[in-house]
Design a protein around this ligand. Structure first.
Ligand code: FE2
Length: 431
């Protein structure tokens, strides 16, 4: 007797018609034709059954604040930064918690069950850290939330930046952040990377820095980050978020840098929605895309995962908590439209991002957490195309969200009366 069986689903690795049985919050069996009974059975015939989506780069303290205290009229990064500066002194713990919980509801409905959020530590009141720690506890039953101490205004540049970041880590934030390209000089940027990696080594914490989020090809803090990773023995625990300057770098330099990033076993976290919107703003034509070198990093063996970064905040007025929207944009911006490319993009939204966050028990296999998403699409490639309904979202063997399939009723003479976009085109695609 199992608690739950998801029957006859398709797995991301291509296996089809597979049953997944969960008992005591853990996957107990993954095989065809399980005959045992279960408290609940979900028919997933023809549907993709995936491990949950994982967002390794988000800003939970800013989300859903769009329009406060006023709209970003120009839609630019600079006005977004100015707006956040106006909003920050007025933030209250209650409002931050309320918005974050509402975002987490949305995330669950999209099958997004693990999020790493940067938390701005620039305001020494640290109301952001207090609020996000409360949210981390409250959503624990359904979302793994990791919190990064993030000195948005600069570790050295903000008046109280050094002390506030230390206090935020003392409060219990999980990861050491940074923003070296925003420090006053290249030299202070380098020094900030060194100081923050030393803090991470001393405290035994991972590192995740906003690194070189600029079009300046000479912004090379990622090189220092890789070198410090190796120096402090932090291999596998350090992430470089954005890394957009790599798009503009000279190819010869990049050919030296990418193997260094691989040697340091750093994770790369591009954020395609934000970066295609924000980078290249000083260009006339041609305009640069600005996203880091995804294909080249993947081919060098670097763990690449994609972040959503923002949803309805001063910097980004769009977004829906849907990691498939992030992957859809990544395919376009990274020029990764091949069949194998798109499989790798799907992995970047799931297994790669789970690796970035160091999640235990992630995946579909005996002994893994009983966390699954049933999608109204037949396979990962179709999921990226359709961004379909998450029919069922399962956490530790319990269904925590359901969405009705999108089925259209047609009234067209001589044509079918019913259209399921998740099934009806697949035979053509498999040709
Ligand atoms: Fe960010």
């Amino acid at each position: 007797m199992f608690d739950l069986i998801v029957r006859n689903g398709n797995l991301p690795d291509g296996r089809e018609g597979v049953d997944i049985a969960i008992r005591g919050g853990t996957i107990a069996a993954v095989e065809r034709g399980i005959t045992a009974e279960a408290g609940e059975v979900i028919d997933a015939t023809g549907r993709l059954v995936s491990p949950p989506f994982v967002d390794p780069h988000f800003h939970m303290d800013a989300t859903l604040s769009l329009g406060l205290p006023r709209m970003n009229v120009s839609g630019t990064l600079l006005e977004g930064i100015a707006l956040w500066g106006e909003l920050r002194p007025t933030l209250t713990r209650e409002a931050l918690v309320d918005r974050a919980l509402r975002y987490c509801d949305l995330a669950v409905s999209q099958g997004l069950l693990a999020i790493r959020s940067h938390v701005d530590t620039s305001d020494p009141r640290l109301v952001t850290a207090e609020a996000m720690i409360e949210v981390r506890e409250r959503v624990k039953p359904w979302i793994d939330l990791q919190l990064v101490a993030f000195p948005q205004d600069g570790y050295y540049r903000a008046p109280d930046g050094v002390a506030a970041l230390g206090r935020a880590l003392d409060m219990g934030l999980d990861v050491v952040g940074g923003i070296p390209h925003f420090e006053r000089t290249m030299e202070e940027g380098r020094l900030s990377v060194e100081a923050l990696c030393r803090i991470a080594a001393d405290r035994g914490l991972p590192v995740d820095m906003h690194c070189d989020e600029t079009d300046d090809p000479l912004s090379r803090h990622v090189e220092t980050l890789a070198q410090q990773t190796i120096r402090h023995g932090l291999q596998g625990r350090v992430s470089g978020s954005h890394l957009t300057s790599m798009h503009s770098m000279d190819n010869y330099y990049a050919s030296k840098l990418i193997p260094l990033i691989a040697e340091a076993r750093m994770n790369a976290i591009p954020n395609p929605l934000i970066n295609i919107l924000i980078q290249g703003r000083h260009d006339t034509y041609p305009k640069r895309r600005g996203m880091t070198r995804v294909r080249e990093l993947m081919e060098a063996g670097v763990n690449v995962s994609f972040g959503h970064d923002c949803v309805m905040d001063p910097w980004y007025s769009m977004g829906s908590g849907d990691m498939l929207e992030v992957g859809h944009m990544a395919i376009h911006v990274a020029h990764m439209a091949g069949v194998e490319d798109r499989r790798r993009i799907y992995e970047a939204l799931t297994v790669n991002s789970a690796r970035t966050m160091g999640l235990a028990g992630y995946g579909i296999g005996k002994g893994c957490n009983g966390d699954l998403v049933v999608l109204q699409a037949a396979d990962p490639i179709e999921a990226l195309r359709l961004k379909p309904a998450r029919l069922a979202v399962i956490r530790r063997g319990r269904v925590i969200a359901r969405t009705a399939p999108r089925i259209s009723a047609l009234a067209l003479e001589g044509r079918p009366a019913r259209l399921d976009p998740g099934l009806d085109y697949r035979p053509v695609l498999r040709g």
